[in-house]
Write a protein that binds this ligand. Structure first.
Ligand SMILES: [Zn+2]
Length: 118
C-alpha cells in the first residue's frame, strides 16, 4: 500500500470517527440526563431500566470510538515515521487487502490477535 493511499484512508476514517465521537458524546449527555444537553429537558422516560441500559451502551460506544481514534492516530504516526504497513510483531508487510479494509491495523493476519504494546 503506498503512503498517499494509506494517508487518505486514515484521514477519512479519522473524520468519520470524529463524527461518531460527537454523536456518542451527545447521546451520552442525553441518556445520562445532563440538563445542559440539548433534548434532555422535559424528558422523563417511564422505564428506568431501559434508560440505564441505554446509557451503558452509550458509555461503551464512547470508549470504543475513543479506542479506534487512538488506533488511527497511531497508524498516522507510523506513516510519518515510515513504519506503516509492517506487522508490529513479525515485521512482515501487511497485505493491501487487509489494509484497505482496516487501514489502522498494526499487525499482519497471522498476528491479528496478538496484543501490541505501542
Ligand atoms: Zn505478523
Amino acid at each position: 500500500m503506498d503512503t498517499d493511499r494509506a494517508r487518505e484512508l486514515l484521514t477519512i476514517e479519522l473524520a468519520d470517527l470524529d463524527e461518531r465521537a460527537r454523536f456518542a458524546e451527545r447521546t451520552r449527555a442525553e441518556t445520562t440526563g445532563d440538563e445542559n444537553a440539548e433534548g434532555a429537558l422535559g424528558q422523563h422516560p417511564g422505564d428506568y431500566g431501559s434508560e440505564v441500559a441505554n446509557s451503558m451502551d452509550t458509555e461503551l460506544l464512547v470508549d470504543t470510538v475513543a479506542d479506534q481514534r487512538r488506533a488511527v492516530q497511531d497508524a498516522l504516526t507510523r506513516l510519518e515515521e515510515g513504519r506503516y504497513g509492517r506487522c508490529a510483531v513479525c515485521g512482515k508487510e501487511i497485505d493491501d487487502e487487509r489494509l484497505e479494509a482496516r487501514p489502522e491495523v498494526p499487525t499482519c493476519r497471522e498476528h491479528a490477535d496478538t496484543p501490541v504494546v505501542a
